[in-house]
Design a protein around this ligand. Sequence first.
Ligand code: MV4
Length: 496
Amino acid sequence: MAKIKKLLVANRGEIALRIMRSAQEMGIKTVAVFSEADRQALHVRFADEAVCIGPPPSAQSYLVMDKIIAAAHETQVDAIHPGYGFLSENEDFARRVKEAGLIFVGPSAESMEIMGSKLGAKAAVSKFNVPLVPGTAEPVTDVSVAKIIAKEIGYPVLIKASAGGGGKGMRIVTQENELQEQMERAISEATSAFGDGSVFIEKYVSEPRHIEFQIFGDQHGNVVHLFERECSIQRRHQKVIEEAPSSILTPELRKKMGEAAVNAAKAANYYNAGTIEFILDEKMNFYFLEMNTRLQVEHPVTEQITGLDLVKLQIKIAEGEKLPFRQEDLKIHGHAIEVRVYAEDPANNFLPDIGTLKTYRRPQGHGIRVDDGFEQGMSIPFYYDPMIAKMICHDETRERAIEKTIRAIHEYEITGVETTLGFCQFVMHHHAFRSGKFSTKFVEQYFKPEVLKSEMTDVEEMIASVLASELISSATQNQPTDVVQKTESKWKKNRA
Ligand code: MV4
C-alpha cells in the first residue's frame, strides 16, 4: 500500500478547497495549481504550496496536462486529485499521471475509456443485468437504416451522440419525416463538438426523473452504492437543486436500482468514486443512461445522509485500501438538499452575471453546510464556471430539509451580482417540488422569468403571489384548501 504524503489538486474553486481540507485532516500536504486569474483565490491560500500554471483561460492552464504534471514533479507530490470538470474525466490524463509514477485519485484509465463513450458504456453494462432504454447498440450512419430502427422502437425517438455530454448532439424526433434532418444535425453537432460523429437511437422518455446512484469500488473488486441523488431540477442540462434520498423511490426500487448500479460499475472493473445515471419513467421503470467517472458537484448530499467523507474515501481507495464497510452496513440518515448558487440572472435567461461580491454573508446554524471558494469583496472570474457556492441543508425529514433550505436562503446575503438564490426559493415553495411530483421538465413547466421580473420589490412576495394563484386554481381540483393558507402564512413568516 502506497501512503499518500503530498497531494496536488488539479482544480480550483470550492472543490479544490474541499479536497484539500480532507487531505489536511489526513495529515497529507497539499499543493494547489492556479492560473494568473486565481492568484488571490482561497484554494491557493489554503494549500501548503502553490504553483502558477499559466494565463487565465483554462485551455492555457487548468487543462494543460504537461504543466500540471511538471508542477507535480517540481513539488514532489505522490498523487494528483483531479476534482470535477477540467481533466477529471480525461483518460489520457489518468494514464499520464500513472506513467509519471504518481497516484491518480480516481478510477483507472481503462474504466474511464469504457464509460467515456455512451455506446461503449451501454455495451459493457448490457451483459451485467442493467436495464437500458430500448434502442441501438451500434452507431447509426445510414438514414434508411435509422428509419427502420425508429419504426421498430416507436416514435418519439431520441438521437444521441455517443461522445456527447450535457445534451449536446441530442435530437428528439417525433415522426419519420423529421428523421433525416435531425440526424444530419446531430451528426454535424457531434462532429464539431467532440470530433466524433457517431450517433445512436433510443426510445424517447418524455418526462423522466433523473436519479443517479453514487457508487464506490476498491482495487480488490468490491463495489457498493451509497444510495441515490435526485437531480431532476435542472435547466438546460445544468443541475440547480439536488437531494438525497429521492422522494419517489421505495425501499424495494432503491435496492433494485442500487444493485443495477453496482453491476454497471463491475462491468467496467471500476474502482474509486463514480456515479451511475438513470432515468425513471412515469411507470417507475428505470434505465441506465451513462456513468460519470469522477466525484460530482452534488456529492455533499450523499455525504450528509451517509455520514461519510467521500474525498477521504477516494484517497484511501487510491492508496490501495479495501472499502471499510459492506453494503449492509450502510444506512440513510435523514434528508439533504443542495442548492447551487450561481452568479447568474434567473430573470434574464440565467445569463452569467459576474462581478464583485459586494456583500457576502453565509447562512449558519445546525445542519447547514456551505461549500464555496469566495469571501466578501472578491470578484468572480469571467473565465470559469460562475458557481459561487453550494449550500447543503440536512435534517431528519424532507419537509424539514425544505424548511431549513428556505430559512437558509433567506439568511444568505449576496449583493453585487445576481444569483440563483431567488430561483431556488421559488422551487422550495413550489407545490410540485414539495409534493415530490416533478420531472426534468420542472423548470420548463413551472418557471417563468416574469415571476422574478415583476414590479414588486420583494422577490418572495412575487413568487408567493404566483404560487398562491396557482394553488387556488389547483385547489378546486385536488388540493385541500388549507394548503393555500399554510403557504401564505409561511411567506409572511419568512418576510418578518
Ligand atoms: C434521455 C432522455 C429521455 N429519453 N434519453 C440528457 C443528457 C444526457 N445525460 C441524457 N439526457 C437524457 N437522455 C432518453 N432515451 C432525457 C434526457 C434528459 C435529461 C436526463 C437527465 C437529466 C436531465 C435531463 C434533461 C433533459 C433531457
